[in-house]
Design a protein around this ligand. Structure first.
Ligand SMILES: [Zn+2]
Length: 369
């Protein structure tokens, strides 16, 4: 892949920096968003989507004491309806991350291994897609250090990862990023870590090392795990250890209607599935010099309601933004249903998260250190 024609140098970004003295990847990303949104030189698809985004509808629904944001947001339609990993046939369409639009620009980071792009599917303006410069498969094993480095470089952002069978919309290796603490669950998790209440949610510590701690987040509608450490090596080690145990537990994903068995062929990547299904968020907090990793282990990205017909159907795709409490709909009827029936959220989260039996087995193995 040749990204050189899409890469913007600091001198090309210069008109878009607000502070020309302190240039780092945070200010480059902010300048990139301004450049891509420029009416003359920008990226028409992003500009159109920002116009659509200005008209989104949004509501907050309290579900068993926990607030969830629901939006009607058509800019997310391509990723919400993407069937990249559900198709039974190999997709012969060209890869969208290898074949960027002519006006789509980015900045290279981590010694040119990744290109940072504006994410055209906007949950919050400023959202980024961070794509590998190579068409590698969407698998994080062996690349966890990369997400740790990104979190340390892009400190204004939370870095996200969706596993292939857990809501990613492209088989090309990529992360996403969003401005820190803009999604409701990020704020709720911070409150819990500071000892405040969020519904009946509770942090249960599973294990502790010299520099890190791992928690299970109980009674939070969806299964979630938190790792906190001031040491980047420790956060990587905790993640690898979690990954290995979740991989064992994911063997229980089999024989569910509409959910591919764990370990089956992933046609769009031409490999057999080995990666446990999950959504990740990682951020580095300079004020406390700590990393916060949040893992949402998943059964699949589609709840049962997705496969129903007529008025019972809900077109939703449960990926990291949804795990972080921002449920995105692209049809008015789905938006109205969800706004008026909190029990639908309970069902959607429980359909797509790992089951209570899987949680029990996982927690048992994570406690053994
Ligand atoms: Zn590609």
């Amino acid at each position: 892949m040749n990204f050189s024609e899409h890469h913007l140098s600091d001198s090309e970004l210069r008109p878009f920096f607000t502070d020309k003295r302190n240039i780092d990847d945070n200010s480059r990303a902010a300048a990139l968003i301004r450049q891509q949104n420029d009416r003359v030189d920008g990226w028409p698809r992003l500009i159109r989507n920002l116009d659509t985004y200005s008209r989104i509808q949004k509501d907050v629904v309290n579900v068993q004491g926990i607030d969830i944001v629901v939006t009607l947001n058509e800019t997310r339609a391509p990723s919400i309806t993407a069937k990249t990993f559900e198709s039974k046939q190999f997709n012969s369409q060209p890869c969208i991350l290898c074949n960027l639009d002519a006006e789509q620009k980015g900045i290279l980071t981590l010694e040119n291994r990744f290109i940072v792009l504006a994410n055209p599917g906007i949950t919050i303006p400023g959202d980024l897609t961070i794509a590998s410069v190579n068409h590698d498969p969407q698998m994080i094993a062996g690349s966890f250090e990369e997400i740790v480095s990104l979190s340390k470089t892009l400190t204004d952002y939370s870095i996200f990862y969706n596993g292939a069978m857990a809501g990613a919309s492209s088989p090309h290796f990529h992360f996403q990023a969003g401005l820190k603490n803009t999604l409701i669950a990020e704020q709720q998790i911070d409150r819990l870590l500071n000892g405040s209440r969020v519904g009946n949610a509770e942090l249960i510590q599973l294990c502790e090392s010299k520099t890190g701690r791992l928690f299970f987040l109980n009674n939070y509608l969806r299964a979630a795990y938190l790792a906190v450490s001031s040491d980047y090596q420790e956060v990587s080690r905790l993640f690898r250890w979690f990954y290995m145990h979740l991989q064992q537990v994911d063997r229980l994903i089999r024989g569910n209607p509409n959910v591919p068995d764990f370990g089956a062929r992933i046609i769009s990547m031409n490999i057999n599935e080995t990666e446990p299904r999950m959504n990740l968020m990682l951020k580095y907090i300079p004020e406390t010099a700590k990393y916060l990793l949040v893992i949402f282990p998943k059964v699949f990205n589609r709840p049962a309601a997705y496969f129903k017909t007529g008025t019972e159907q809900l077109i939703v795709g449960m990926a990291i933004k949804e795990s972080l409490g921002n449920l995105i709909t692209v049809r008015e009827a789905d938006y109205e249903h969800l706004k008026t029936d909190p029990s639908l959220f309970t069902k959607i989260y429980s359909d797509t998260s790992i089951t209570p039996e899987m949680i029990e087995e996982l927690n048992k193995s994570l406690k053994m250190k």
